[in-house]
Design a protein around this ligand. Sequence first.
Ligand code: NAP
Ligand code: HSE
Length: 419
Amino acid sequence: MAKIRIGILGFGTVGGGVYKTLRNFDNVEIKKILVRDITKPRNISPEDKSLLTDKPDEIITNPEIDVVVELMGGIEPAGNYIKTAIEHGKHIVTANKELLAKQGKDLFEFAEKYNKVILYEAAIAGGIPVIMPVKTILAGNKITKIQAILNGTTNYILTKMDKDGADYSAVLKEAQEMGYAEADPTSDVEGFDAAYKITTLATIAFGKRVHIENVYREGISKIKLDDIKAANDLGHKIKLIALATIDEQGRADVRVHPMLVPENLTLAHIDYVTNAVEISGHPIGKIVLSGPGAGEFPTASSVVGDILAIAAEFGKTDYILPMMRCNHSQEAIPVDIKDTVNKYYLSFTAPNTQGIIGKLGTLCAEHNISLQSIMQKGVKDDNTANIVVITELCREEDIRNVIAEFKECTLNSLIRVAI
Ligand code: NAP
Ligand code: HSE
């Protein structure tokens, strides 16, 4: 059997997992592995040490390599290495969601010009097969909504805070030690990573290009244990949700922010590093794909699957994997968060004075907002009380106006509620 020859850029968490997994396949030959620091001790067998290099040209311009597997992360030099590799006739497999979200259009057009494919199953939801299903077996659907948990690190943190009352910083450290977090975990906790993923996923699912600049984003760093407890009391779990919807006119509302998820929804029960992608469309209805969203081996599963997909067709046709190519010429029309309609969880610190709840009710009524529930929790020593509210569906702009006018109280948290 002819072997496909690959070069791997990066030998960290994912690169290491791919190296170990590929030992089981005799139709794939690793020719070289690029690292930044060649002197670092590595978990690599002695006979393979000579595969390591710190010279990118030994991979990206090497005529003996068919596929370049980019597992370095970041924009540069990863982007330039991929383009050089394509110019030198290589297909690409990558796990780099940031690069795809920021430069996907340019990279896919570039690859098409050279008749090369870029596969990226590992970039979205780690080990869950989602790109291949959306591009192939779900191709007959008009997908109109995706509601997903796309970041393992933040789901791990929120779950540990919820179940064990764990401290945010300590759990983040655990997630880093387990290889879930990005090199700079700000990307995880502030929602950038999930925003990159939903940008690409929404683009392929809707068949219209979504731009990262139009994706509204909030992370989990401001979520307090008090919010998690209050959410539980109200029958909800707090999750970092990536949401994308598109209407008949092509207006795409794409965003990432924490949400209160009612316990009767599947996403409320997706815990720890598990991710889940709920896809709604016609004729399928609704499906949920779930599995490990980060870590060495789940991510390696997706990377190796992509390598094997290329290997299966390599040398047998002039145009491999036509359904996996990305060439969306249409643009989605962005929707501003102010114009979206949501339910809200609001938590205020209020002075313990008569009529304060009445004032909130009046302000909400003046802005066409109905309240689903309102709860005052005791009175503290400083004569303040905590008021927690859940609204019915209302416009974001209206809720922002109420908050601005409710000057007697301090807003502690605003979290949207999943429906
Ligand atoms: P990582 O552990 O930080 O590994 C990065 C590797 O790339 C290291 O081996 C590093 O070399 C090498 N590298 C980085 N910059 C380089 C440069 N300029 N020149 C040469 N080598 C360079 O990262 P990771 O967690 O494996 O993630 C890799 C990619 O997969 C990222 O795009 C990430 O977003 C994505 N991803 C990660 C996961 C996950 O669970 N970790 C899941 C899905 C996708 P040294 O070893 O010498 O430092
Ligand atoms: N840092 C990412 C996460 C890795 O935690 O989900 C998987 O893309």
